[in-house]
Design a protein around this ligand. Structure first.
Ligand SMILES: Nc1nc2c(ncn2[C@@H]2O[C@H](COP(=O)(O)O[C@H]3[C@@H](O)[C@H](n4cnc5c(=O)[nH]c(N)nc54)O[C@@H]3COP(=O)(O)O)[C@@H](O)[C@H]2O)c(=O)[nH]1
Length: 720
C-alpha cells in the first residue's frame, strides 16, 4: 500500500499534505505495510481510496463518517455517490483537475453524503496515489460539522436580529442590493415598506420590557405571514420593521400588502394575560421611481412612514419627492430638539396657581423651557409647535411628565411643602389610549400620590374622538389624579360632552382674562364660564392674570383660582421651592380691599389655639377676631360684620351648641363652624339638630384642612 507520508507526522489532514509515493527505505516491505495500515486505521480523519470510480479501501473513520456498519461495506460502492450533486462539479474541477495539472494537493470545504442521506461538512483533500500497484485516488476528509455549525451561528448572529430571528439591517440592505440588480436586469420593480409601531415606547414604559419584547416577537411573526417566502421581513431595531417586496404584482400590490400589514398589526396581542392593541404607520418607496440604491429606497420609505404618522398614525403613505423638501425644511429644528432630549437640555419652570379665597398657593403649572447652549433659554412657543408636527412631542411629553414627578419626589424628600403640579398634555399624547397606564407607572416609579398630579388637556384635543376621550378620561380619573380643560372657551366643544368629562377644573383662556377690564363680551364669557362650571360642580382657574383690575373682577365673579404674572412669572425650580417654603399665602390685598372684608371670629378658651389661628388666618388675608369666652364672642359679633364664626366645643358640655343656637337667631347670615375633638356621628348629629352647625373641623386641626373649611364657609356666606 503506498500512502502519502513524510515519515514522521501523520495526523489528520497533515497526512494528506505529505509527499506521495514515499517509502521507508530501510524497513522490510511487510513491516512497512503493517505500520502504514495501523497508522491509517488509527487516524481520526476519514480515508478511502477509489479506483475507476469505486471505493477499494476505507478506514474506520470513514466508516463512522458515512455511517456504515463496517469499513468493508463501503468497498465496492460508487465513490462519487458520497459527494452530493451540488458539490461534484467543485470537487472535479477544484480537486482532480488541479492534481492532474500541478500535483498541488489542494484542500476544499464541501459536503459529503452519509449512507442515510444526511449531509456532513468536511474539509476534503484528494490526490492521485499508487495503491495495490494501480493508479488510484486517495480521499481524505476531516469532519468540520461542529466548526461549521459554530461559524454559521456567528454568521447568523451578525446578520439577524437576536430577539425576533429576522434579518437585520445589514442583511436587509444586502438582499435589497441583490434584488435591485435583478430588477435592473429584468426591468422589474420592487417595493420597500417601512413599518413603525405607534406608541411602542408606552408598552415598554407601562407594561415593562418583557411585554415589549413579546409584542415585537408577535408582530414579526405576523409580518412574515403578510408576504411571500421570496420576500424579506427584517427588523432594523426598536419597533422598526422593513419589508422587501420583490416584484410586487397582481393581487400583491404594495397597497394591498400595506392594508394587510396594518390589519394584522392591529389585531390584539395577548400580553401577560391582557389583550393589547397596537397600530403601525407604514411608508412605501418603489424601485426605480423613488431611488436606485438600497440606502435611498430605505430612507425614502422611512420619510413616507413619518408622513403616515403625522397624518394620524395607523395608515400608510407612498413616498413623494415633495415629502423630501418638507423634511429638509424641518429637519434642522427637529434635530436640535432630538439632541436637546439626549443632552438633557430641557428644564421645567413652575408658575404658582393661587386660591382666590384664601390666597394660598393651591397648585403650580409645569412649563417647559429649552436651555440651549447655542440659543439660550428658548420659550416653548418657539419649539412646541415644531415638535407637535412630529412624533417628538410624545417623547417630550413623556419627559415632562417624568421630570414633574421626579421634581415632586425630590422636593418632598427635602421637606418642601409641595402642592399639586399641573402638566400640559399634547393632542397626540392624548390620542394614545394607554396614557393612563403611562401616568400610573410614572407616579409609581417616583412614589408620588396621584392627588399631586393634574393633567391639563386642551378643549380641542378632547373633542377629536369624544367617546374615546371620555373613556380615557375615566381611566385617568380612576388613577386618582386631577384633570382640567386648558384654554377653555377657545375651542368649539360640544357642551353636552363637558358634563361627561370627569374633570375637576376649567381653565379660562388668557385671551378672555386680557379683555376682562375693557371688553364687555369677554366679561360675559368669563361670567358664563364660571357659572356653568360651578353649576356642573367644577372649579375655575383664570390664566394670564396681570392686573389688579382683572384680579378684582375675577374675585367678584367667584372665580376659584388665578394664575398669572400679577402673582408670579413662571419660576425656575429653586425659586419655586423658596416660594413654597417661605409663605403659605399670597397677598390678596386688592381683592380684600375692593370687595367685602372677610371677618372670621374664633371663640376658644385655649390661648395657644387662639394664637395659632390668628397667625394662620391672618397670613391668608382674613380679618381675625378672637374671643376667650362665649360672652366675649357675643360682644364681638355685635360690633363687627362677622362672616364665619368658629367655636371650640367644651368636653362634656354643650355651651358651644347653645351659643350657635342663639346666634342663628341673632346673626342668621353668619356661618357657624364647630371645632370639636369628638367627631363621632352621635355628637355631630346632636350638634346639627340643636345648633344648626354649618361645618365641622377637627380639633386639633391641620392648617390645610382648616383653611379649606374657612374657604368653603366664606363661599357659602358670600353666595347667600
Ligand atoms: N405640550 C406642552 N405644552 C407646553 C408645555 N409647556 C408649555 N407648553 C405650552 O406652550 C405654550 C406657551 O407656554 P409658556 O411660554 O410657558 O407660557 C405660559 C405662561 O408663561 C403664560 N402665562 C402665564 N401667565 C401669564 C400672564 O400673566 N401673561 C402672559 N402674557 N402670559 C402668561 O401662559 C402660558 C401657560 O399656558 P397654558 O398651558 O395654556 O396654561 C402654552 O400653550 C403652554 O401650554 C409642555 O410641557 N407641554
Amino acid at each position: 500500500m503506498e500512502l502519502p507520508m513524510n515519515g514522521v507526522v501523520l495526523t489528520g489532514l497533515e497526512l494528506a499534505g505529505a509527499r506521495l509515493n514515499l517509502r521507508r527505505r530501510h524497513a522490510h516491505p511487510d513491516e512497512n505495510e503493517f505500520h502504514y495500515r495501523t497508522l491509517v486505521e488509527m487516524i481520526p480523519d476519514a480515508i478511502w481510496i477509489s479506483r475507476e470510480g469505486r471505493v477499494v479501501y476505507a478506514n474506520p473513520a470513514a466508516q463512522r463518517l458515512f455511517g456504515a456498519a463496517a469499513p468493508e461495506h463501503l468497498v465496492g460502492s460508487e465513490a462519487i455517490a458520497r459527494v452530493p450533486p451540488s458539490c461534484r462539479h467543485a470537487m472535479a474541477q477544484g480537486v482532480f483537475a488541479d492534481i492532474a495539472i500541478a500535483q498541488r494537493q489542494p484542500r476544499c470545504a464541501l459536503q459529503l453524503q452519509r449512507l442515510d442521506g444526511s449531509l456532513v461538512d468536511v474539509e476534503f483533500f484528494g490526490c492521485a496515489v499508487r495503491f495495490d500497484d494501480a493508479d488510484s485516488i486517495l480521499n481524505v476528509a476531516h469532519d468540520i460539522t461542529s466548526r461549521r455549525r459554530h461559524e454559521r451561528e456567528i454568521e447568523h448572529q451578525a446578520t439577524h436580529d437576536l430577539l425576533t430571528g429576522l434579518p437585520n439591517r445589514a442583511l436587509f440592505l444586502d438582499r435589497l442590493g441583490h434584488a435591485i440588480r435583478r430588477a435592473e436586469r429584468h426591468r422589474g420593480r420592487l417595493a420597500v415598506m417601512f413599518v413603525d409601531l405607534d406608541k411602542f415606547k408606552n408598552v415598554n414604559d407601562t407594561l415593562g420590557h418583557a411585554a415589549g419584547d413579546e409584542l415585537l416577537r408577535a408582530i414579526s411573526a405576523r409580518l412574515k405571514l403578510c408576504v411571500r417566502d421570496a420576500d424579506t421581513v427584517a427588523r432594523l431595531g426598536g419597533d422598526e420593521f422593513v419589508l422587501l417586496l420583490d416584484h410586487p404584482l397582481g393581487d400583491a400590490t404594495p397597497s394591498t400588502i400595506a392594508e394587510r400589514v396594518a390589519r394584522r398589526v392591529g389585531e390584539p396581542v395577548p400580553l401577560f394575560g391582557h389583550e393589547h392593541v397596537v397600530s403601525g404607520s407604514i411608508g412605501i418607496s418603489i424601485y426605480p421611481d423613488d431611488g436606485e440604491q438600497a440606502e435611498a429606497l430605505l430612507r425614502h420609505a422611512d420619510i413616507a412612514m413619518y408622513r403616515a404618522k403625522e397624518a394620524g398614525r395607523n395608515g400608510f403613505r407612498f413616498f413623494t419627492h415633495d415629502m423630501q423638501s418638507r423634511l429638509d425644511a424641518r429637519v434642522a429644528p427637529e434635530q436640535g430638539m432630538h439632541r436637546a432630549l439626549q443632552r438633557d437640555e430641557f428644564v421645567l419652570h413652575f408658575q404658582p396657581q393661587v386660591d382666590l379665597r384664601s390666597g394660598r398657593i393651591a397648585g403650580m403649572e409645569a412649563l417647559l423651557r429649552w436651555q440651549s447652549p447655542e440659543l439660550g433659554l428658548v420659550q416653548p412657543l418657539q419649539f412646541i409647535p415644531v415638535a407637535e408636527e412630529s412624533t417628538l412631542i410624545d417623547e417630550i411629553g413623556h419627559w415632562v411628565l417624568d421630570r414633574a414627578c421626579a421634581t415632586l419626589r425630590a422636593w418632598i424628600d427635602a421637606g418642601v411643602p409641595v402642592v399639586p403640579i399641573a402638566v400640559n398634555v399634547a393632542a397626540s399624547q392624548f390620542a394614545d389610549q394607554a396614557l393612563d397606564l403611562l401616568v400610573r407607572a410614572t407616579l409609581e416609579r417616583h412614589g408620588i400620590e396621584p392627588r399631586l398630579l393634574e393633567l391639563e388637556l386642551t378643549e380641542s384635543l378632547s373633542m377629536v374622538d369624544p367617546e374615546a376621550s371620555v373613556a380615557l378620561m375615566h381611566r385617568l380619573k380612576a388613577t386618582g389624579i386631577g384633570m382640567s380643560i386648558d384654554d377653555f372657551g377657545t375651542g368649539y366643544s360640544n357642551l353636552s360632552y363637558l358634563k361627561r368629562f370627569p374633570v375637576d377644573k376649567l381653565k379660562i383662556d388668557q385671551s378672555f382674562t386680557r379683555g376682562l377690564a375693557c371688553d364687555p363680551e369677554d366679561q360675559s364669557i368669563v361670567t358664563a364660564v364660571i357659572r356653568m362650571a360651578h353649576s356642573l360642580g367644577l372649579r375655575t382657574i383664570a390664566e394670564g392674570v396681570e392686573t389688579e383690575g382683572q384680579l378684582r373682577l375675577l374675585a367678584g365673579q367667584g372665580c376659584d383660582e388665578v394664575q398669572g404674572f400679577y402673582f408670579s412669572r413662571p419660576l425656575p425650580g429653586a425659586a419655586m421651592v423658596a416660594l413654597l417654603g417661605g409663605q403659605t399665602c399670597m397677598d390678596l390685598g386688592p381683592v380684600v380691599r375692593g370687595t367685602r372684608r372677610r371677618t372670621v371670629l374664633l371663640a376658644d378658651d385655649d390661648p395657644a389655639s387662639r394664637a395659632a389661628f390668628l397667625r394662620l388666618a391672618g397670613a391668608c388675608g382674613y380679618h381675625v377676631l378672637a374671643a376667650r369666652s362665649l360672652d366675649d364672642a357675643y360682644e364681638l359679633l355685635a360690633g363687627h360684620e362677622v362672616g364665619v364664626v368658629l367655636a371650640a366645643q367644651q368636653p362634656g358640655g354643650d355651651s358651644s351648641i347653645d351659643f350657635f343656637r342663639r346666634i342663628k337667631h341673632m346673626h342668621p347670615r353668619t356661618v357657624r363652624v364647630l371645632l370639636t375633638g369628638d367627631t363621632s356621628p352621635g355628637n355631630l348629629a346632636e350638634a346639627i339638630n340643636k345648633g344648626a352647625v354649618f361645618k365641622f373641623a377637627p380639633k386639633p386641626w391641620s392648617d390645610d384642612a382648616l383653611l379649606g373649611v374657612l374657604a368653603s364657609a366664606f363661599a357659602y356666606y358670600e353666595h347667600f
